[in-house]
Design a protein around this ligand. Structure first.
Ligand code: ADP
Ligand code: MG
Length: 197
């Protein structure tokens, strides 16, 4: 059995509602092997974001189990879950979620600083991550000075900075025009070809 797999067993998620509860996920069994490239599709409201947040240790299921690298997530305390979010999972959002007052380089450096890496390592790893998404020449640009596609490249570099085992992306091309969307999808395909999950 591959200890690096991400595994969901009977995962359900119910949101409490005023009139009625919303069953966002019910009985999901899913196994993602290291190196796999998986795309989840479905109409708005079908539970994709809920699924990704649970896979990324950002939310917890109402019932069922999530295993990451052989550990059951519900058995971990907040500090351990924070560590997983910081070091083992990279997350890319539809609306980029860059910090507007920080440059591209500072946005990518942030997770490295939180990991208490040395200044020189922060600088070199952030620059290398931006290089991988062909943003090596935009280090000092603020998000407002970048196009949508460029902002998403920076957000991907930030997700890659700590070399996570998994990269999760929630509608990463949903806010981009179709040719830019293809470029961003191409980046994910390249990362997959390099062994990323
Ligand atoms: P998708 O990403 O596929 O559009 P979501 O996972 O965002 O779907 O939502 C699945 C369902 O759960 C929807 O019916 C949505 O309204 C509901 N939902 C999502 N988040 C919450 C929340 N925080 N509170 C209550 N209901 C929610
Ligand atoms: Mg969604």
């Amino acid at each position: 059995m591959n200890e690096n797999a991400l595994r969901l067993e009977g995962v359900s998620k119910t949101y409490p509602g005023g009139q009625a509860n919303v069953a966002a996920l019910s009985g999901i069994d899913l196994r993602v092997e290291s190196g796999e490239f998986l795309i989840v599709t479905g109409p708005s409201g079908c539970g994709k974001s809920t699924l990704l947040h649970i896979m990324g240790a950002m939310d917890t299921p109402t019932s069922g189990h999530v295993y990451l690298g052989g550990r059951e997530l519900s058995s971990l305390d907040d500090a351990a879950l924070s560590r997983i979010r910081l070091e083992e999972v990279g997350f890319v959002y539809q609306f980029f979620n860059l910090i507007p007052t920080m440059t591209a380089h500072e946005n990518v450096a942030l997770p490295l600083i939180l990991q208490k890496r040395s200044r020189s390592e922060v600088r070199s790893r952030a620059a290398a991550a931006l290089e991988r998404v062909e943003m090596g020449r935009r280090l000092d640009h603020f998000p407002r000075q970048l196009s949508g596609g460029e902002m998403q490249r920076v957000a991907i570099a930030r997700a890659l900075a700590n070399s996570p085992g998994f990269l999760l992306a929630d509608e990463p091309t949903g806010n981009l025009d179709s040719s830019t969307a293809e470029e961003i999808l191409g980046i994910f395909q390249n990362l997959h070809a390099q062994g990323h999950t």
